[in-house]
Design a protein around this ligand. Structure first.
Ligand code: BES
Ligand code: MN
Ligand code: ZN
Length: 500
């Protein structure tokens, strides 16, 4: 389905629409939700359903109704909960819930009003938040479905935003659409099966985005990585026939005083290697490039909003397979920064490829801050489930900025401790380091391994293993598959950057 958004600063009346979406507060009913002036024939059924408490305006509840008003035959009422409990994230979720059923309305021309009643509940422009939610909610991954499905046939929907009180703006609506579209790009990349999305495909994706938005893009090949001494990355890649790629995208702003690097884990399939994973749910390891997808999605937006900070997008892309050349447990490799690392488990590959990527970026670009995103540990799902990613950092100042961006975007972040004792178990027996520790707190240990490769650069590691796919009960997230987690978080971080 293709969704287009239009903006009008006129009233909804005198328009012919196939359907109208109305947002209704639980404690205020129709009048308090700014819908009193709608024609009686349109409101009638809605009024009755509220009076009979069939529809109460509870957060995320929807009701589909039909009206006798010829110009607008269908209504989708969406509950946004109690007014004083509202914020931009709950509004985004409610809009997402509506977005999920847009297709089944069988309507091509759908309107919604941004009333002044919604204005004060959000710390972000409400128009932007609503469009973000609606567009994210309507996402479906249908690339591999038969095209004779009725729902798939209904190909394009036009969504019209009416803003008679100037609560939002044409620009905000466009911004919301752009943010959702790039998040959906990250979802598409995540959902692609590993036979159709290889490291080279991540590279061409980056090249395409860079070209569209006038950024530099360089792809380092294995030969160059060898020269640079990236044995950790190459060691992971050597079990696969697909060559690894180290992808670098550079966004520059003339007035920028600082540079931020965004580094994503791009394992297009993680079988575990010789330390092979169990068969159950192994298919989900096609999602092991969702960190990379987040960086790509964010760079696509950054190229359009021109923030006043330089941004380097970095993707370490490889497969982790157990081919005849695969690395063995016990192998010792030399990292880009010279540290010797003993591989005790080939399935702890994310930290290896990211370690080399991080060391390279901090040396080559001397960024003021680095954020990495990775589906790094299953342990993170045990620790935090699906409703916050885990964070490890060496800089409280940077962490504070990440936290603010998390609150703005709805991509939640939860900091984990990194007391020195946690790092003891990755000190090497035969090398300087080993790639797994002993005992529990695997997410912290994985993060602290990475810390050895960032020098003193302020750094935040985000373990997105739990938030990158299969997140239920959030209105704008699909019930299964990739979420695009991190795209809007990174954009909000970069856009509101405060020099550190
Ligand atoms: N990509 C996985 C982490 C993962 C597993 C994410 C399941 C989401 C769901 C990562 O490469 C991995 O295999 N990590 C190991 C680390 C262990 C060997 C120390 C893990 O979590 O089991
Ligand atoms: Mn692994
Ligand atoms: Zn992995």
């Amino acid at each position: 389905m293709k969704l287009t958004i239009e903006y009008s600063n006129k009233s909804i009346l005198n328009n012919k629409l196939d359907a109208l979406i109305v947002f209704i507060f639980e404690d205020l009913g129709l009048a308090g939700s700014g819908l009193n002036s709608l024609p009686y024939d349109l409101k009638n059924n809605l009024d009755t359903s509220i009076k009979l408490k069939v529809f109460t305006g509870k957060q995320n509840k929807c009701l589909q109704l039909f009206s006798a008003y010829a110009n607008i035959p269908q209504i989708l009422a969406v509950g946004v909960g109690k007014k004083n409990e509202m914020n931009s994230e709950s509004l985004r979720r409610a809009a997402g819930t509506a977005g999920k059923i847009l297709n089944s309305l069988k309507a091509k021309n759908i309107g919604f009003s941004v009333t002044s009643h919604l204005q004060k509940v959000s710390n972000t422009d409400v128009g932007q938040v609503l469009v973000e939610g609606l567009t994210l909610g309507s996402y479906k991954f249908n690339k591999y479905k038969e095209s004779n499905d009725e729902n798939l046939k209904l190909e394009s929907i036009k969504l019209k935003c009416f803003d008679p009180d100037n609560v939002t703006s044409r620009k905000a609506i466009k911004t919301g659409k752009m943010r959702a579209d790039s998040t959906n790009l990250a979802r598409n990349l995540g959902n692609m099966p590993a036979n159709d999305l290889k490291p080279k495909d991540l590279a061409s994706s980056a090249e395409k985005i860079a070209k569209q938005h006038k950024m530099n893009c360089t792809v380092l090949e294995e030969k160059q990585m060898k020269k640079l001494g990236m044995e950790m990355l190459l060691g992971v890649s050597q079990g696969s026939r697909e060559p690894a790629k180290l992808i670098l995208m550079e966004y520059f702003h003339q007035k920028a005083k600082q540079t931020v690097a965004l580094v994503g884990k791009g394992v297009t399939f993680d079988s575990g290697g010789i330390s092979l994973k169990p068969g159950r749910n192994m298919d989900e390891m096609k999602f092991d490039m969702c960190g990379a997808a987040a960086v790509l999605g964010a760079m696509e937006i950054i190229g359009q909003i021109n923030p006043h900070v330089n941004v380097i997008g970095v993707i370490a892309a490889t497969e982790n397979l157990p081919g005849g050349d695969a690395q063995r447990p016990g192998d010792i490799v030399t990292a880009h920064n010279g540290k010797r690392v003993e591989i005790l488990n080939t399935d702890a590959e994310g930290r290896l490829i990211l370690g080399d990527a991080l060391s390279y970026v901090v040396n080559e670009f001397k960024p003021n801050a680095v954020i990495d995103l990775a589906t790094l540990t299953g342990a993170c799902i045990t620790a935090l489930g699906h409703y916050a990613c885990g964070a490890i950092t060496n800089s409280n100042k940077l962490m504070e900025q990440v936290r603010k961006a998390a609150n703005l975007s709805g991509d939640r972040v939860w900091q984990l401790p990194c007391f020195p004792e946690y790092g003891e178990s990755i000190k090497g027996k035969y090398g300087d380091l080993q790639n797994i520790g002993v005992g529990d707190s695997g997410t912290i240990i994985g993060g602290m391994f990475l810390e050895h490769f960032v020098d003193k650069t302020p750094w935040v590691h985000l373990d997105i293993a739990g938030t990158a796919w299969n997140v239920k009960h959030i209105g704008y997230q699909p019930n299964s598959g990739a979420t695009g987690f991190g795209v809007r978080l990174l954009v909000d971080l970069v856009q509101n950057w405060e020099p550190i």
